[in-house]
Design a protein around this ligand. Sequence first.
Ligand code: SF4
Length: 64
Amino acid sequence: MKITVEEDKCCGAGQCVLVAPEVFDQRDDDGIVVVLHQTPPQEQYENVREAAAVCPAAAIEVHE
Ligand code: SF4
């Protein structure tokens, strides 16, 4: 699995961080998403898929 994000789309809602805090973080200054693990460990796959699904801006792309 590989994760990419479109920062332009991200509105800083933070849903991804709530669902998968070990994989996503937010920049301190503007709240834009930061991917901590672009190729996350397998035990995070479900959380990552859910984070992509709940992102209101559809900014997270999961490549499997
Ligand atoms: S849930 Fe989507 S819009 Fe919100 S911080 Fe994460 S990537 Fe950005």
